[in-house]
Design a protein around this ligand. Structure first.
Ligand code: KIV
Length: 268
């Protein structure tokens, strides 16, 4: 059966019929092609590009202009999946006007179908302005890496006397401002459940337990690339080791002059 292109109205329908949404980060053409073929509903060009792919210390130094070519490559590789691109730190906080300008720039130059940025009630005016401009918006609550310093480190969110209440209020503000989905990162499972039940739009969890409407992982954590993976992630492959093994086999054959062989050689 041929697979249909994933479109924005499908996400609410999936929530209503209880079908989980599968989202993965992707940062380039070959990973977008692979995860699209694997059936991912959404590819997220996250600002985790900065620390995961470009070797930055965090997501904070990444700029909009640095993100655009990666987002464009993912869009080129996504035949069926819906593509969301992050707006990086510093490109939306100042005003609704700044957020709309950045969102338009990202969508126009990359072809991404939607944008995401971090925050709840504090960015509701920006979200409203972006959705009023006709750009689909996905929220991001809980642990928000762009505010890691202000949050006192990589801390699990939703704890404390008003933890759940605050998250629900932020999520409702995003829904009210026109968001079509909300990512919940590193929040306690009861908080994720409460937010999911309070919203008509889907929640997509990362380290938020099983009761969200979908899940997202950074692809390197999902595929087993790199030395460290967060406890909430699961490695569904050993791609990092496979790359070490393949490159070691290549080096051995080059040194032993067994590659290239006759079948790799043009004699005339
Ligand atoms: O940038 C990113 O990869 C993200 C996910 C962690 C949701 O925002």
């Amino acid at each position: 059966m041929s697979r249909k292109k994933v479109r924005i109205h499908h996400f609410k329908e999936m929530k209503q019929r209880g079908e989980k949404i599968a989202m993965l980060t992707a940062y380039d053409f070959p990973t977008a092609r692979a995860f699209d073929a694997g059936g991912a509903d959404i590819l997220l060009v996250g600002d985790s590009l900065g620390d995961n792919m470009l070797g930055m210390e965090s997501t904070v130094p990444l700029t909009l202009d640095e993100m655009v070519p990666f987002a464009r490559a993912v869009v080129r590789g996504a035949e069926h999946a819906f593509v969301i691109a992050d707006l990086p730190f510093g490109s939306y906080e100042v005003s609704p006007e700044q957020a709309v300008e950045s969102a338009i720039r990202m969508v126009k130059l990359s072809g991404a179908h939607a944008i995401k940025f971090e925050g709840g009630r504090r960015v509701a005016r920006q979200v409203k302005a972006v959705t009023d401009a006709g750009i689909p918006f996905c929220g991001h609550l809980g642990f928000t890496p762009q505010s890691e310093t202000a949050l006192g480190g990589r801390r699990i969110q939703g704890r404390g006397e008003h933890g759940i209440e605050d998250l629900v209020a932020d999520a409702l503000a995003l829904q009210e401002a026109g968001a079509f989905a909300v990512v919940l990162e590193m929040v306690i499972a009861p908080a994720a459940k409460a937010v999911t039940e309070a919203l008509d739009i889907p929640t997509i969890g990362i380290g938020a337990g099983p009761d969200t409407d979908g899940q997202v992982l950074v692809w390197l954590d999902m595929a087993g690339v790199g030395e460290w993976h967060p406890r909430f992630s699961k490695q569904f492959g050993a791609v990092g080791q496979a790359m070490v093994d393949a490159s070691a086999a290549y080096v051995d054959e080059v040194k032993a002059v067994s590659f290239p062989a006759a079948e790799h050689t043009f004699e005339s």
